[in-house]
Design a protein around this ligand. Structure first.
Ligand SMILES: Cc1cc2nc3c(=O)[nH]c(=O)nc-3n(C[C@H](O)[C@H](O)[C@H](O)COP(=O)(O)OP(=O)(O)OC[C@H]3O[C@@H](n4cnc5c(N)ncnc54)[C@H](O)[C@@H]3O)c2cc1C
Ligand SMILES: Cc1cc2nc3c(=O)[nH]c(=O)nc-3n(C[C@H](O)[C@H](O)[C@H](O)COP(=O)(O)O)c2cc1C
Ligand code: SF4
Length: 652
């Protein structure tokens, strides 16, 4: 029996009955091609969630204004030619009893003129957007406002004509056009559309009223709001209670809450380590202010959390975002009590980083998100004897997929446990959630009949004895350790990996060479109070050649890591190159001057990863096809390891 009866219960808005309380929030995929039309990939992407049992899908943001596109890969609902695509999507979801709501957006100050034929962005006030900082937007006139109210209404009508079931108006995060009117952080007007909260909400309310007149009484309207903007001078939760009441009066049927602003995405797009269901601290207050149903997003990842929130009357709807990207069958598996089969979201925000970069959205745990062909694990026409070398994420995924296709698979791992670097990737503070990802990969592997041989180092002899038809080399990476550092006179030169593994122990005055993600994470780890307690803590200096540390991570994970580092006894030296090492000191050149840190008892090397693939060359004499994947090919990420494992095994 389904344990989650509250989550599974239906909910009705103006005659639209949604079969359960799991709603997908809008999440931009970038699966857009010609004229911002719906693509087959989007239909298939949401279709998987419908087949997986979700109650309602909210589309990614759809642009209402073809003259000021939000960005070049935005879905469009600004032209009648786009109706057909929405109809296809609605028909496809309806087959499975899933409802469809369309999120409506106009980019406001975000809409860059370079992709809009030189037309400057629009806003409540002439204040540049943080993500479009060089363009002061045009302050809208009353005529402009009227014009855009009609654009929202026309877009809503298109959704209705297409057979969609509802719309969601984006008015959150102090962002896009309506958000820029609602938020006092951006709206500095003194006319009827600014000043007090009634003025700032006026545009939104007029949009709702005009949409209602246009779509009639039977079509549900929802609005997305930030429950609290979490910034000084922004809308707080009590402002939002008031706005929610205005919306209720204006015939809005349900409200979807997130939080924050686009100026600080830390809790708006909460990474690993942030609290579960983090918006309920606000929605608990808002729930008492309105009678219409409400829901919220924000790290609701487990069915028991969602079910409990609804049982307790704290929410009516659970918006579940990234957990559904990871596993579109989240609902079905939850309701069938197969929780261990759910591919877990590890909170890494690769989805956001790729979506924001304008490429197809990728997911670390689910390779089929960016490449739908990888969802299709078909039986192999010819069954082969496959040997996979290395039990990190690449090797595990390759072995599992190959076995699912009917191949005979042997997986060799030289250590006594599976996981490779994925194990230590979950050791730094707040990253424990990554271990869920590894646990899931192993769980899936165990369902197959792969012959897993631990404590078995692959050599040319072991491989010869197994007589494979194909070899997958997933031997991963190894610490990059320049000989002159390893062989220096300093008595305690150790790698970041060894510290995470507990193999070597740092002293009290540590220099880390390399301030990439691993260098920063090991500094965070060594100075963590769970790891070391002493007055003043452990003194750590990170020496980095580049002009910034951890500079390739654009997500909130980095923001949180940098905040922790700045609160700990960690000194960061950038644009500095290590020049020499003695028994107790390390020197570096910065700005053409040599500086020396004395009394250094430990040197930690975090200079990156080298591929570990020398075996490939040795194995060539066997004349058996070899596929090198994951970090063994080139050190990168868990995402590429899993992706290449799946893809290689699908093509065997
Ligand atoms: C501290 C740290 C933090 C990280 N954090 C993240 C993160 O947050 N996000 C992210 O995406 N990535 C992260 N990474 C990188 C990520 O873990 C790797 O990119 C990923 O694990 C590579 O997977 P792989 O399977 O290719 O190789 P590996 O994980 O290196 O696995 C290779 C396996 O092969 C085995 N092996 C090697 N030679 C042989 C042999 N001859 N015979 C048998 N077995 C052999 C090894 O023992 C190992 O188990 C992190 C890495 C580190 C070190
Ligand atoms: C890749 C990605 C794209 C997103 N695109 C949108 C969007 O188009 N419109 C929007 O209002 N929110 C967008 N969001 C925010 C999500 O709707 C949601 O608030 C966020 O993912 C937190 O919910 P979760 O913890 O359940 O994932 C996006 C989030 C992600 C990760
Ligand atoms: S990319 Fe990372 S955060 Fe995004 S859905 Fe996948 S696992 Fe979750």
């Amino acid at each position: 029996m389904n344990k989650y009866q509250y989550l599974a219960s239906p909910i009705t808005f103006r005659g639209m009955t949604v079969k359960n309380r799991v709603f997908l929030p809008p999440m931009k995929t970038n699966y857009i091609y010609e004229n911002h039309k719906m693509s087959d990939e989007i239909i298939e992407y949401y279709g998987k969630m419908a087949r997986g049992g979700i109650g309602l899908v909210t589309t990614e943001a759809a642009e209402v204004d073809g003259d000021h596109l939000y960005d070049s890969t935005i879905l469009g609902i600004f032209d009648d030619s786009q109706i057909e695509g929405f109809k296809k999507l609605a028909d496809s979801l309806h087959q499975y009893g899933t409802k469809l709501s369309v999120q409506l957006i106009q980019g406001g100050p975000f809409a860059n003129s370079q992709i809009n034929g030189g037309r400057m962005p629009l806003s409540s006030s002439p204040i540049a957007h943080v993500w479009n900082p060089l363009e002061t937007p045009i302050e809208m006139t009353h005529e402009d406002i009227k014009h855009y109210i009609n654009k929202y209404a026309a877009a809503a009508k298109r959704a209705q004509i297409a057979g969609c079931d509802a719309i969601e108006i984006h008015c959150a995060h102090g962002h896009a056009l309506l958000g820029s009117f609602l938020s006092p952080l951006v709206n500095h007007r003194t006319d009827e559309y600014g000043g007090d909260i009634n003025g700032r909400a006026r545009f939104l309310i007029e949009v709702v009223e005009t949409i209602r007149e246009t779509v009639g009484q039977d079509f549900p309207i929802s609005v997305r709001l930030s429950a609290d903007e979490r910034e000084e001078g922004g809308n707080d939760v009590y402002d939002t209670c008031y706005i929610a009441r205005l919306l209720e009066k204006a015939s809005v049927d349900y409200i979807h809450f997130s939080n924050g602003t686009l100026y600080d995405v830390g809790t708006l797009l909460p990474p690993t380590g942030t609290p579960k269901a983090l918006n309920t601290i606000y929605t608990d207050i808002i729930k008492k202010a309105v009678k219409i149903p409400i829901g919220c997003v924000g790290r609701i990842k487990e069915p028991w959390v969602a079910d409990m929130l609804i049982e307790q009357g704290r929410l009516d709807i659970a918006y579940i975002g990234r957990a559904l990207i990871c596993d579109p069958e989240f609902v079905k598996k939850s309701f069938e009590n197969n929780f261990d089969d759910i591919r877990p979201c590890v909170g890494c925000l690769t989805c956001l980083a790729t979506s924001a970069a304008g490429i197809f959205m990728h997911c670390t745990m689910n390779p089929a998100v960016a490449n739908q062909k990888l969802a299709d694990i078909k039986e192999a026409p010819i069954k082969k004897n496959v040997v996979v070398i290395g039990g990190g994420p690449a090797g595990i995924e390759a072995a599992t997929t190959a076995a699912k296709r009917g191949h005979k698979v042997t997986l060799l791992e030289k250590f006594n446990i599976l996981g490779g670097q994925f194990i230590i990737a979950s050791y730094p503070p707040v990253k424990q959630e990554l271990s869920l990802g590894l646990k899931y990969l192993i769980h899936e592997l165990k369902k197959t009949d792969v012959d897993v041989r631990l404590n078995t180092e692959a050599t040319i002899e072991t491989i010869k004895a197994l007589n494979p038809d194909e070899i997958i080399l997933a031997t991963g990476g190894q610490v990059k350790m320049p000989a002159w550092i390893a062989e220096s006179v300093h008595p305690n030169v150790i790698s970041a990996w060894d510290i995470f593994k507990g193999k070597k122990h740092p002293g009290l005055n540590v220099a880390i060479i390399g301030g990439g993600s691993v260098g920063c994470e090991v500094a965070d780890f060594m100075s963590d109070h769970h790891n070391y307690r002493a007055i003043g803590g452990r003194k750590i200096t990170i020496i980095e050649m580049q002009d910034n540390i951890d500079s390739t991570d654009y997500t909130a994970n980095r923001d949180f890591l940098m905040t922790r580092i700045s609160h700990k006894p960690i000194t960061v030296v950038t644009s500095a190159k290590v020049s020499s090492i003695t028994e107790s000191s390390i020197s570096y050149i910065k700005d053409a001057n040599e500086e020396t840190l004395n009394g250094i008892d430990t040197i930690v090397v975090a200079m990156g990863t080298d591929p570990n693939n020398a075996l490939a060359e040795e194995l060539e004499v066997l004349n058996i096809p070899i596929h090198i994947i994951g970090d063994a090919k080139q050190p990168r990420k868990i995402m590429t390891a899993i992706e290449e494992g799946r893809e290689t095994a699908i093509n065997l």
